[in-house]
Design a protein around this ligand. Structure first.
Ligand SMILES: Cc1cc2nc3c(=O)[nH]c(=O)nc-3n(C[C@H](O)[C@H](O)[C@H](O)COP(=O)(O)OP(=O)(O)OC[C@H]3O[C@@H](n4cnc5c(N)ncnc54)[C@H](O)[C@@H]3O)c2cc1C
Length: 406
């Protein structure tokens, strides 16, 4: 079979590697001059490649049943074994984030490039695909007028062209209109895993400080979703996993009537309120808060909870007032940031339009949709590369099986 894989990013590389078996001729296209341009910047160039907690419940998509079958078809441990087999040994940090032993995204890309050569994948780099249509029992790919061949035919196509995040690295969403013409739905793409712009008010004083906090996005009284993680106060709002993981919920909703709730005590669990009561009479509020926060943050929280500069009494009502104030901080959301500042895009083709065990389109047989082309959002921590690698591998493995059956 002649197979085209469009996009030499995380999902396309793994699809090509799995599909390249005797009987298949695989061509991997990318308009970048090199493979894996986005992979190179992942995990601050260390490539946070997977997570020990990856599972169906980690992802947001339209169909929970779909993602369960997806991970049954290719369990997380199997992907981590595959990485080892491909020459990428990995380790995980105490919080479960997996990295290559080399701690180098550049090494990962060079190893994958060697793997692609070893299995005979033809690399068609610096080649943009401008159109994809059905033709002659398969598909025709069209290239810009300057290319030597303006059109080429394939039996099967894997579309691994990504979403719209970080467009400078190659994914601009330009093939979604082709998917619509072929009969797929396309959920509008919005930035995900990005900073949140907030009306900080007094909280501007915390600029530059980091906290591990509970976060939740509300539209009016409706709680859209929540997370827990590190955040940093910036001039415009908040950045860091604690807000990035839920930014897509705000982006999908539009900024109307949205707010972010923060719980500064969540990291300490019940220890915070228990300790607050235990130390009544033996300390003052500033001293108590200094156990958990920097003096700058403690001073701010005291003022925020209504204590002036005078030495405050640390009694039961003070303890309750402070703990309640830190548990329910509410800040208006002004909006999310652009695709240029977001690690992912939410939206794309709904998972219900591809088979969970092969990622083959149910609307266009012979077409496979993988990676960020699908409307699946994982949190920070290696989940999105894991999804991209797994979906690519499922598609490629199915194409390898088909070749075996010819
Ligand atoms: C700064 C940053 C850091 C990140 N860090 C992490 C991390 O540490 N861990 C993690 O799990 N995830 C991380 N992510 C997310 C992760 O990179 C993506 O989930 C993943 O790359 C998606 O893979 P993909 O193959 O679907 O798309 P992409 O990696 O975007 O690949 C798509 C490819 O298709 C090519 N292409 C697009 N259109 C065409 C066309 N018309 N013709 C030819 N080629 C085309 C593009 O050039 C691109 O190379 C990060 C993202 C960013 C932006």
């Amino acid at each position: 079979m002649e197979i085209a894989v469009i996009g030499a990013g995380a999902s396309g590389i793994f699809a090509a590697l799995a599909a390249a078996r005797p009987g298949n001729r695989v061509t991997l296209y990318d308009h970048n001059a090199e493979i894996g341009k986005k992979l190179l910047v992942t995990g601050s160039s260390r490539c946070n490649i997977s997570n020990a907690l990856v599972g169906a419940e980690s992802y947001t998509c339209a169909d929970e049943g779909w993602i369960r079958v997806f991970f049954q078809a290719y369990p997380p441990e199997r992907l981590r074994n595959l990485l080892n087999t491909l020459g990428i040994p990995i380790y995980n940090t105490a919080d479960g984030w997996y990295y290559p032993l080399s701690n180098s995204a550049q090494s990962v890309v060079e190893i994958l490039k060697a793997d692609l050569h070893a299995v005979g994948v033809e690399l068609a780099l610096s080649t943009q695909v401008v159109d994809l249509r059905r033709a002659e029992g398969g598909f025709a790919l069209r290239f810009p007028s300057g290319e030597p061949a303006r059109e080429r035919f394939f039996d099967k196509v894997v579309l691994a062209a990504g979403g719209k995040a970080y467009p400078a690295l190659g994914s601009r969403g330009e093939l979604f209109p082709c998917l619509s013409r072929l009969g797929h739905s396309v959920v509008p793409l919005v930035p995900a895993l990005g900073p949140l712009s907030l009306s900080l008010g007094k909280f501007q004083a915390l600029q530059g400080l980091r906290f591990d906090v509970g976060t939740a996005v509300y539209a009016g009284s409706q709680r859209l979703g929540s997370s827990f993680g590190n955040v940093i106060f910036t001039a415009k709002g908040l950045n860091g996993p604690g807000v990035m993981n839920i930014s897509h919920l705000a982006a999908r909703q539009g900024a109307e009537n949205l707010r972010l709730e923060l719980d500064f005590s969540e990291a300490f669990g019940s220890a915070f309120s228990e300790s607050a009561l235990k130390h009544i009479g033996s300390t003052d509020p500033q001293n108590f808060l200094n156990r958990f926060f920097s003096p700058k943050a403690s001073r701010f929280f005291l003022e925020y909870a209504g204590y002036g500069k005078e030495k405050a009494q640390w009694d039961k009502s003070a303890a309750q007032r402070l703990t309640a104030a830190l548990r329910h901080v509410s800040l208006p959301i002004l909006g999310t940031r652009s695709f240029d500042e977001s690690q992912l895009s939410a939206g794309g083709v709904p998972v219900s339009e591809v088979r969970p065990d092969t990622c083959e389109s149910t609307r266009v047989p012979g077409l496979y949709l993988v990676g960020e082309t699908l409307d699946v959002v994982g949190p920070c921590g290696g989940y999105n590369l894991h999804f991209a690698f797994t979906s690519g591998t499922l598609a490629g493995s199915h194409l390898a099986e088909l070749a075996g059956g010819l």
